[in-house]
Design a protein around this ligand. Structure first.
Ligand code: HEC
Ligand code: HEC
Length: 366
């Protein structure tokens, strides 16, 4: 934005300089004129014979008149054409300015992502996902327990699941229980609100095309499960029994997308650092075992809707649920609902309806 401000002020400066030059030239011209005319006073008689004779009426009213009128017409045409052309080009110019603004924000966001805040060190280049070293401590005594590698979820699909406001909240406050630090001033972090917005603009710019994301997920599920028509895995000696279990744990062993598409990273203790405890036993996200979800969502379809289109923070869900805004949507894109303001396409979703149905069935069996 500074460049644009500089540009604007450079334009202003040039304008002022031209105005001042014109004013000075005008004053000088008047002064010169007054001085020149001085000696002429009273010398009309001597001077008169030297003066050129004027045009006669014949010439004045034909050639001269035509020429002057012609020039006037040309000038008028130029103005009449130039003004509409100017106004026609104006919206385009303004739009170009908005694009340029957006471009500057993205470039600065990228600079912060790569160097300034080093998001890339944990989340990978272009947000493909990665890991972060983390020291586990005993929650009671604070004593050192172990050094672990904590999965940092891919951010090249973060706008598939969260709104810019939700991402802003995560960036402002971090995830205190994990290696993800607070970045924004509200959470005691080093970045300004504008910098956070620039990072978000950059994140929006690196979101994967829908087809690419879906193909990557499908390929991964083919390797870890290769589900048959009933949703049972067919990989010999495979880790998972059902498609739902494979989706729930997507990326657990191989780090695919830093676990971004999985549920286990929030709902299973120890999942993010490769020491998964009881599946769905509860971590940052609540415990889903022991039939709790059958109580929360009497119908599987209700649970599917919840997972697919996560309710806005502060709204009720299920029997006694209340959304905190932390989970995000997995089957619809929260940034694609209003076509006028949408920053994403409705196809850019984490999981297909079949994958969501499978993972919900798995959760209801825990
Ligand atoms: C020291 C490593 C580290 C750095 C640096 C870091 N993060 Fe993270 N971030 C993580 C980890 C680990 C998680 C996952 C935490 C969890 O398990 O809930 C995370 C989570 C997130 C999430 C939530 C994603 C989701 O789907 O749950 C977002 C968004 C995010 N980080 C963005 C950023 C941005 C932007 C930056 C740079 C300003 C950044 N992070 C810097 C480690 C890091
Ligand atoms: C970034 C962390 C995170 C991820 C990833 C996540 N969840 Fe959640 N989930 C939560 C949180 C937090 C809640 C509690 C509700 C709230 O705070 O809004 C929740 C609640 C739920 C609930 C309702 C639980 C109840 O009884 O109220 C279900 C069901 C659920 N998640 C399923 C899933 C599924 C399925 C996935 C994977 C497709 C998933 N979650 C991925 C954080 C997460």
């Amino acid at each position: 934005m500074v460049d644009t401000l500089l540009l604007a002020s450079a334009q202003k400066t040039i304008g002022y300089v031209i105005a001042v030059i014109l004013l000075v030239a005008f004053v000088v011209a008047i002064l010169v004129n007054i001085r020149r005319s001085r000696p002429e006073i009273g010398s009309e008689i001597e001077l008169a014979p030297n003066r050129k004779p004027g045009m006669d009426d014949e010439e004045l009213e034909t050639k001269k008149l035509d020429r002057t009128l012609g020039l006037g017409l040309v000038a008028l045409a130029a103005i009449a054409l130039a003004l509409p052309l100017y106004w026609l080009a104006e919206p385009g110019r303004q739009e170009g300015m908005v694009d340029r603004f957006e471009e500057i924000a993205i470039n600065r966001g990228e600079e912060l992502y790569v160097n300034g805040a080093q998001c890339a060190g944990c989340h990978g280049p272009l947000g493909i996902g990665g890991v972060a070293s983390y020291t586990l401590t005993n929650p009671e005594t604070g004593a050192y327990v172990d050094q672990v590698q904590w999965k940092a979820p891919a951010l090249d699909t973060v706008m598939y699941r969260y709104t810019p406001d939700q991402v802003k909240y995560i960036l402002n406050y971090g995830r205190g229980y994990s290696p993800m630090p607070a970045w924004g001033a509200p959470g005691g972090g080093p970045l300004t609100e504008q910098e956070i917005d620039e990072i978000i603009a950059y994140l929006v710019s690196i979101q994967l095309p829908a087809a690419e994301s879906q193909a990557a997920v499908q390929k991964q599920l083919d390797i870890s499960c290769a589900a048959d028509a009933k949703g049972n895995c067919t990989v010999p000696g495979g880790k998972y029994a059902t498609l739902g279990e494979a989706v729930f744990n997507l990326g657990y062993s191989d780090g695919f997308a830093g676990g971004a598409y999985s549920c286990g990273r929030c709902h299973t203790p120890g999942w993010s650092f490769g020491r998964a405890g009881k599946a769905g036993g509860g971590a940052m996200g609540p415990n889903l075992t022991g039939g709790s979800e059958l109580k929360q969502f009497p119908l599987a379809s209700q649970q599917e809707s919840f997972v697919s289109a996560y309710p806005k923070a502060g709204t009720a869900y299920g029997t006694f649920g209340w959304s905190s805004g932390r989970m995000g949507s997995f089957g619809t894109n929260p940034n694609a609902t209003d076509p006028k303001t949408a920053i994403m396409s409705p196809e850019q979703v984490m999981l297909t309806p079949a994958q969501i149905a499978a993972v919900v069935a798995y959760e209801r069996s825990l």
